[in-house]
Design a protein around this ligand. Sequence first.
Ligand code: PAF
Length: 291
Amino acid sequence: VTGKLVLTHTIEEVRRLLDGHRSNGRTIGFVPTMGALHAGHGALIERASHDCDVVVVSIFVNPLQFAPTEDLDRYPRTLDADCQLASAAGAHVVFAPSANEMYPPTLRANESLQLTSVSVSKVSAPMEGISRPHFFTGVATVVAKLFAIVGPCRAYFGEKDFQQLAVVRRMAVDLCMPVEVIGCETVREPDGLAMSSRNRYLAADERVRAASLSRALQAGRVAIESGDCSRERVLRLMRSTIGDEAYVDYLEIVDAHTLAAVDPLVGELRLLVAARVGSTRLIDNLGATAP
Ligand code: PAF
């Protein structure tokens, strides 16, 4: 499918468009985003357009996944630039609903955006689940709504949000959703910093310090793949690699499939970090295989 990008703001129209494509035998690739698109999103869209006939990108800054103290109000909103990037990467449809479209005021009870929510236990519990207890229920609920709107498709998520990918994957399987969830490798800046919409909050000196997160992950991976199986030692090495460059929220080494903490370090592992640089909270992760 070629042609001009279609921008739609309503559930009814995006459904009609995608149902039409499916009834003509076309496959749908879906890239859910909160906008402020960067090359990492571009890579997801390119992959979707390589695999599927029609690519839809959703752009919605989901209030359910922000705590009152977080950056909902200052989260960057750049719809025009997003549409250009999405189109150049191969998207056909951008679905950018308003908050009222996703959470109709007439249905709000006692100020709750909605009464139904989706929680995925166990994989949501550690790491981000401890630091941001509201987060995964907010993500799973909005992604379940988006999957219900988009319908049968392949959906593409970045590995940068590794735990989110595990949560969404498990939700889709557990709830028999007609969606194949596909994880795609993190896209990085030349100094290793994982691409993120929140990187644009970083001042110049913070931007330099932020690269310490990926250096710590790399150092951990090298130690593990050189045969160090001591969890304590590898975590210490990662922490000292970050040093004073960032304020660490957590450093973890988990089983890549179950996300359970691993000690001693054996098998397919994932190293994860969350840290604040100035007032910006960043996360990153990397795989490692113990020999
Ligand atoms: O990763 C994101 O951008 C968001 O968490 C998502 C998956 C679009 C849900 O709002």
